[in-house]
Design a protein around this ligand. Structure first.
Ligand SMILES: *[C@@H]1O[C@H](CO)[C@@H](O)[C@H](O)[C@H]1NC(C)=O
Ligand SMILES: *[C@@H]1O[C@H](CO)[C@@H](O)[C@H](O)[C@H]1NC(C)=O
Ligand SMILES: *[C@@H]1O[C@H](CO)[C@@H](O)[C@H](O)[C@H]1NC(C)=O
Ligand SMILES: *[C@@H]1O[C@H](CO)[C@@H](O)[C@H](O)[C@H]1NC(C)=O
Ligand SMILES: *[C@@H]1O[C@H](CO)[C@@H](O)[C@H](O)[C@H]1NC(C)=O
Ligand SMILES: *[C@@H]1O[C@H](CO)[C@@H](O)[C@H](O)[C@H]1NC(C)=O
Length: 604
């Protein structure tokens, strides 16, 4: 999410305030628990070297989050006023019904939490409503809403789940058609230039219509609207590598658009922090939204299965409506909560278990999963994110690299920027062995081999027994790494008493309501910050070097994340989000869209 003001390069004043906060915090700490002040001041090192960058990131995030929460609205008038201020338009008709629905479900009502909707829908103001209606209907997998009843023409299981979700709110919905992406992979990437043109139209059309001109009722639609409108040929194609498709949505002067295509032929990918500066502060994520944006990170083309070799590709450059459960930052899908979140399947939720209390958990990291990410082969697996992560969390590999007995196949040692005590003592591998337990349960070989084994990765990874999610909650730390697309475990992780550590290039419906360093720990897609994150939380006791642990901070984020997820990621919240989304979408598909609005609050 983009709530946190980046502490990366704060204006001088902000930084001074941050340090002051840390200073006061330290003073209080030593007053209550430590040596007399005089001694403290004698022994204290300059504050700038004693405060960890993660402390600063947490403090910055906490203060931004407090600001966001101040915006909570408790009545319809305030919510409508905030809407007009943030969106520059009247709310859509039905806003009062939506607000009442949300309030009855005790939702936390902050307009910012719906930002993703406006990001996804904005460019549709540039398409004529008739074209939206025609192309939405003219698709093989759709949900249709007519006369407040939702139906689907397909019984594909994702469609059924989304239909179930839509049906629960159908009595509040106007007529519309929802074309659905039923693939794992996102499909629409219109060129940046085209989206920019559409957004220019959106900005020009944005206005608060005089109250007396406002139309308050949606159109009704025939079964197949606008059959006389020409539906454009979306020309879905299988373009590979997907990187070439994905960067179409990047600005023309971006590093991604200008970079040469990298070819992976069995070599170790280049892993460096060169392109991380815009989204990190002293090596740690300061802008999580930006960290998933590859337009300034051309090296990610060789570091993610989605870019290297997705399982399937069927993509279009035509900007047209399609709903989906996740997407890349440059995709144009309209996000819905992913089916597994609504369906609450056991493998994605832990079956309702949330884990033991923090103090009873193992002070360790657990990761188990399948070697997905796309189609891995002997030539390309070294770039795949899960392979890279599992290798880096393998203490034996790290020790072997430290002693030069095994060259890292698909990862790189952390740079000195992280000042890792264990690494400085030559003990990074030994230390990692103490707390890391990551492994594949299936190597997903191509071609498939018996018993989940693989001729080309089998010597690098040992197949492990699976561990049900509920059992993983016995561990404090849960890294969450993208698979073929986004990782469906994330909601389950957040709702547990353990602490998710998240790296991703995918966007999801909930992104505007989750705050890095408050509700989860963000990690860079190269994972080089992984050891530093763990050193901060676990601490390190070595021969000469000692680094204090920050277990309290970990527990605090884990429990804040759980509490927050139970407030804003409930199925109720998905309904509230989807209702708001579909009211907006219906307005965009309406010939009177410029005049449609909710203004009852202004007429009183
Ligand atoms: C993150 O980066 C984006 C793109 O530069 C920017 O719009 C946004 O404000 C940043 N967010 C934070 C929290 O700094
Ligand atoms: C809409 O549904 C209601 C009851 O659910 C029904 O009475 C009415 O005839 C329907 N209208 C149309 C146009 O189908
Ligand atoms: C959605 O699915 C659940 C679980 O199968 C079922 O109980 C519920 O009735 C369904 N709701 C609708 C509106 O179809
Ligand atoms: C469809 O896409 C392919 C590959 O991008 C392109 O060569 C072809 O001209 C396109 N066809 C149409 C009708 O746009
Ligand atoms: C696969 O595992 C089964 C049971 O452990 C074993 O009997 C079989 O020989 C294995 N197959 C191969 C090809 O290794
Ligand atoms: C860890 O790395 C060693 C050395 O490369 C390898 O033999 C072992 O199978 C790896 N373990 C796992 C769980 O992948």
């Amino acid at each position: 999410m983009s709530l946190a003001r980046s502490p990366c390069r704060p204006p001088g004043l902000t930084r001074a305030v941050l340090f002051a906060v840390v200073l006061v915090g330290l003073l209080c700490y030593y007053r209550s628990s430590g040596p007399p002040n005089a001694v403290f001041f004698q022994q204290a090192r300059p504050l700038t070297t004693s405060s960890h960058p993660i402390d600063e990131l947490i403090a910055g995030a906490e203060s931004s989050f407090r600001e966001v929460l101040k915006k909570e609205s408790h009545d319809l008038e305030t919510a409508a006023a905030q809407y007009r201020e943030r969106r520059g338009r009247h709310p859509p008709p039905g806003f009062d019904v939506w607000f009442k629905f949300a309030q009855e479900k005790n939702a936390v009502m902050v307009e910012d939490f719906f930002d993703q909707i406006y990001h996804d829908l904005g460019p549709f103001w540039g398409l004529p409503p008739g074209v939206i209606r025609r192309e939405a209907d003219n698709f093989d997998m759709t949900i249709k809403v007519r006369n407040q009843t939702a139906t689907a023409g397909s019984d594909w299981f994702w469609t059924k789940i989304w239909l179930n979700m839509t049906s629960t709110i159908e009595h509040m919905l106007p007529d519309m058609d929802l074309p659905l992406n039923a693939m794992d992979e996102p499909r629409i990437v219109a060129p940046w230039e085209e989206v920019n043109r559409l957004m220019d139209i959106e900005r020009a059309a944005r206005k608060i219509t005089p109250t007396e001109e406002v139309v308050t009722h949606f159109q009704t639609l025939p079964e197949h609207p606008d059959v006389d409108v020409q539906s454009r040929n979306r020309n879905f194609t299988q373009t590979r590598p997907f990187w070439q498709v994905a960067i179409r949505g990047c600005p023309p002067d971006s590093l991604a658009r200008k970079a040469a295509q990298l070819e992976l032929h069995g070599q170790t990918p280049a892993i460096s922090l060169t392109h991380t500066t815009p989204h990190t502060y002293k090596g740690y994520i300061s802008n999580f939204t930006l960290s998933g944006d590859f337009c300034h990170q051309p090296d990610l083309q060789a570091l993610h299965g989605m870019m290297i070799s997705p399982l399937s590709v069927s993509e279009s450059q035509v900007f047209s409506p399609m709903f989906g459960g996740s997407k890349l930052p440059t995709n144009n899908e309209i996000l819905l909560p992913a089916p597994m979140y609504w369906n609450e399947e056991e493998r994605f939720t832990g079956g309702g278990a949330t884990g033991s209390p923090w103090t009873e958990k193992l002070n360790k990291v657990i990761w188990r999963g399948v070697a997905t990410g796309g189609t891995n082969t002997a030539d390309n697996w070294r770039g795949f994110q899960r392979h890279r992560f599992v290798a880096m969390a393998n203490g034996t590999k790290v020790s072997n690299a430290e002693s030069w007995t095994e060259v890292p196949e698909n990862w790189a040692m952390p740079t000195t920027q992280y000042n890792l005590a264990a690494q400085e003592e030559g003990q990074l591998g030994e230390w990692t062995k103490e707390w890391a337990d990551a492994g594949f349960v299936d190597l997903m070989c191509k071609p498939i081999e018996a018993n989940a084994t693989c001729s080309y990765t089998g010597s690098h990874f040992e197949i492990q027994k699976g561990l049900p999610m509920a059992k993983q909650f016995d561990f404090k730390y849960l890294p969450d790494i993208d698979g073929n697309s986004f990782s469906g475990r994330y909601r389950g992780f957040l709702m547990s008493t353990s602490l998710p550590i998240k790296a991703t290039i995918f966007r999801e419906w909930h992104d505007s309501r989750l705050m890095p360093w408050i509700h989860f720990v963000p990690m860079d897609n190269r994972f080089m910050d992984f050891y530093g994150i763990m050193e901060y939380f676990l601490g390190y006791t070595g021969k000469d070097k000692n680094v204090p642990a920050h277990d309290e901070q970990a527990q605090k984020i884990a429990s804040a994340g759980q509490e927050w997820a139970n407030k804003v990621l409930r199925k109720d919240d998905m309904q509230i989000y989807v209702l708001r989304l579909l009211l907006e979408y219906a307005r965009l598909s309406d010939d009177q869209r410029e005049k449609l609005g909710f203004v009852d609050d202004l007429l009183r």
